[in-house]
Design a protein around this ligand. Sequence first.
Ligand code: HEM
Length: 122
Amino acid sequence: MHCHFSSLFARLGGADGITRIANDVVDNHLANKTIAPRFSKSNIPAIKNAAATFFISGTGGPNVYKGKDMLAAHKGMNIAATEFMAVLDDSLAALAKNKIGQREQEEVLFVLYSMRSQIVLV
Ligand code: HEM
């Protein structure tokens, strides 16, 4: 079905669908040699919750994200462009695993890419 007018939030399966995708994104990060060390001391359920709520709020769902903005969250980490690319790769793989369509994958990629200047080398 082609849904011209519904929010990206709805087309990603709402809060439940996005939570599944976000959990897979974080699992992919933990298995990705380029970036896994960044999360070695993280509370994994907490970062899964942050990823899910950030994306629920950022795609047109309810305003449930309570974390920092992207600049504050990543400032001083010296994150490289290759690491940013790894996050994009992991995110697209999670969308495909959850059978999200190409149009929606493109929209998510654009939303994520637009945050690059607040994350890489800040
Ligand atoms: C568009 C891409 C990205 C998005 C949307 C994103 C999103 C987030 C969010 C929502 C948080 C939680 C902030 C909070 O709890 O206040 C966070 C924390 C973090 N991010 Fe990112 N991030 C991105 C890219 C990256 C990259 C490329 C790296 C480096 C590999 C990275 C490493 C981290 C780390 C280490 C934390 C802290 C984890 C912790 O609290 O244990 N992020 N990010």
